[in-house]
Design a protein around this ligand. Structure first.
Ligand code: ADP
Ligand code: MG
Length: 598
């Protein structure tokens, strides 16, 4: 009887002695092939080594790399370590201490479980594994080259593990050729460490490149403190807290205010049971929650931590364990969308004018700032500052009370573009077009949803006729239902001609014929995905935009006041339907800073 294949060389040889064409590849070749999937670049080595450390109950991980990790990667931890026997097994294919049987795959709690990282990395590099468990007095050092043991000796060291990987892909020239420059490879390593340090709690991280300290994160930093250190002040300042709880799912974390977005998805962090993953379902749910708050072609920044029963998520779907599969992805989608929507509704979305230095945070030791109560902070600080400011102004201007009343009513229109109004907190600046667009958009959405149509539509004294091309007529027919729901009454009138009898109230003062033609043009542009719902929404966004007060339109005092009042009544008063900001507030504190009064 044929023996089943396993990873012991002896059995493989026996198998290969048989007749026939099929050979079982030797272990070193199999490992090299697996390395192709597991080890893409130096950052993948860092990922696997750091994950092993995290699985070994560490409190501190040091990562030192040279030349973007191409020359050398060293990961040192203070975890449980390996004894002499385990060290000699850890680099064998499928050698793992994390799962034992098939059923264990159903509820994986550790980051590793496939037992193929060390064997894959060893196959394509020169490796030194040094480790000691607590009960041993000395540790063991194992030196490997292309997966072959070169030397084993004892080594004096504290409890823990240190793994050094040098000359990555020295024996796979084709792969080595595809590596990017040292700074690019190092950037990938930073991304990996950023994700891991955000994923875990109570673990310190140190990163050095070419002998220089890049950052050192203390172990007791909170999530927000880590975000501040790793992604910068600006991201930190624009976070809105997310919280969602269900018996089978907890979602925590942060999303960015819509005014701060990224041009790519690299600032989107998803953690599922403390594992950093890329997940399209979650990214799509977040995007949907933002809806029209988001400018086109931009990506919201988010840090979402999902906790759910291990059985409800399959982590064994990707060789580098970068993706997961949810048993019920619809439930995850809806919950994430709800959680993010709530955060956006609760949050203050006014963009802040505060300027902060961008780019990498300062080097060296990071001390934990005072613990923050994220939800309370804004209100408390705001009140105190305001009190201080009011006192300051009182001393400066004895007639301040009178002034306050007088200025509160004054709205200034500047350059026929912006409305400026002093408020208690500072100065409010509103984009007149964006504000009106938002007001009309919400009105149109309301009437689109409501069943009663009599109030939203206005009959034209003289019906208008539009003549369209074949394809335009087709588009209009396709979208007639949406337009009717919005208050249009349009009927076919001979070949490709249509009669418009009524229009939505808010459009009565407009050039209806050209408006309809433009709507049709807009709807005719192929923009996937082409869902009916999305089309209606697009029609509404379009109508709101075209019907709104333009930039450049002069407004009377009453019109200015009316606009600001109506804006306050809208649900989302911070961005226009295209996602551009509607209003900005410059606080007194910011003004004082500008004039160097503080
Ligand atoms: P996996 O993590 O999937 O189990 P690996 O090839 O990454 O497989 O590692 C093999 C085994 O080596 C692990 O299961 C673990 O027992 C041991 N090991 C690796 N790195 C460490 C470490 N830093 N500390 C303690 N044990 C380790
Ligand atoms: Mg591992």
């Amino acid at each position: 009887m044929l023996m089943l294949m396993n990873n012991q060389q002896g059995e493989r040889k026996c198998y290969n002695q048989r007749m026939g064409k099929i050979k079982i590849l030797p272990e070193n070749v199999a490992n090299k092939i697996a390395a192709g999937e597991v080890v893409e670049r130096p950052a993948s080595v860092v990922k696997e080594l750091v994950e092993n450390s995290l699985d070994a109950q560490v409190s501190q991980i040091k990562v030192e790399v040279e030349s973007g990790g191409i020359k050398k990667i060293l990961v040192i931890d203070d975890g449980t370590g390996m004894d002499k026997e385990d060290i000699q097994k850890c680099f064998l294919r499928h050698g793992t201490s994390k799962i034992f049987q098939e059923e264990d795959l159903l509820s994986i709690k550790s980051l590793g479980f496939r037992g193929e990282a060390l064997s894959s990395i060893a196959a394509v590099s020169k490796m030194k594994i040094k480790s000691k468990v607590e009960k041993e007095t000395a540790g063991t050092l194992l030196e490997l080259e292309a997966g072959e043991t070169k030397k084993i000796s004892s080594a004096g060291m504290p409890t823990g593990t240190s793994i050094e990987v040098s000359d990555l892909f020295f024996n796979v020239p084709a792969r080595r050729k595809f590596l990017k420059s040292s700074p690019t490879e190092f950037r990938h390593i930073i991304d990996i460490i950023t994700t891991h340090s955000l994923a875990c709690e109570n673990i310190g991280f140190v990163l050095k490149h070419n002998g220089k300290l890049v950052f050192s994160l203390e172990k007791n930093l909170s999530r927000e403190e880590k975000i501040k250190e790793l992604l910068g002040e600006e991201v930190f300042r624009n976070l809105l807290a997310v919280f969602f709880s269900h018996p089978h799912l907890k979602i925590e974390g942060f999303v960015s205010k819509p005014s701060l977005t990224a041009q790519a998805s690299y600032k989107q962090f998803t953690f599922v049971n403390k594992r950093g993953v890329k997940d399209r379902v979650i990214a799509a749910a977040v995007k949907e929650a933002y809806g029209t708050l988001l400018p086109a072609k931009t990506y919201p920044i988010f840090f979402l931590y999902l906790t759910l029963p291990y059985e409800m998520v399959d982590v064994n779907v990707h060789p580098r364990k970068e993706e997961v599969k949810f048993v019920n992805s619809q439930f995850i989608f809806q919950s994430v969308k709800a959680a993010v929507s709530q955060a956006l509704v609760r949050g203050d979305l006014t963009p802040s004018l505060q300027r902060v230095t961008r780019g990498p945070t300062r080097l060296g030791q990071v001390r934990p700032p005072k613990p923050r109560d994220y939800n309370k902070e804004r209100a408390v600080v705001g009140e105190k500052e305001l009190e201080k400011e009011l006192k300051f102004y009182k001393e400066l201007l004895p007639w301040e009370e009178e002034l306050k009343v007088r200025v509160a009513e004054e709205i200034l229109q500047v350059h026929n573009l912006y409305l400026i109004k002093p408020t208690e907190e500072g100065i409010l600046i509103v984009d007149q077009h964006a504000a009106h667009e938002r007001i009309l958009y919400e009105k149109l959405i309301e009437s689109f949803k409501s069943e009663k149509k009599e109030n939203i539509s206005q009959a034209l004294l003289l019906p208008l006729t539009v003549e369209l091309s074949f394809s335009e007529a087709e588009i209009l027919r396709e979208n007639l239902k949406t337009l009717t729901r919005l208050g249009f009454e349009i009927e076919e009138f001979g070949r490709n001609s249509f009669k418009i009898n009524s229009v939505p109230n808010i459009l009565k003062a407009h050039d209806i014929v050209s408006l309809i033609t433009e709507v049709i043009e807009d709807l005719g542009q192929e923009r996937p995905p082409k869902e009916v719902d999305e089309k209606s929404l697009r029609t509404i966004v379009f109508l709101a935009c075209r019907s709104a007060i333009k930039a450049g339109d002069p407004l009377s005092k009453e019109e200015c006041r009316d606009l600001l009042e109506k804006l306050e009544e809208t649900k989302t008063k911070y961005t226009c339907p295209h996602g551009r900001p509607v209003k900005v507030i410059i606080s007194l504190a910011e003004l004082q800073k500008m004039f160097k009064r503080t």
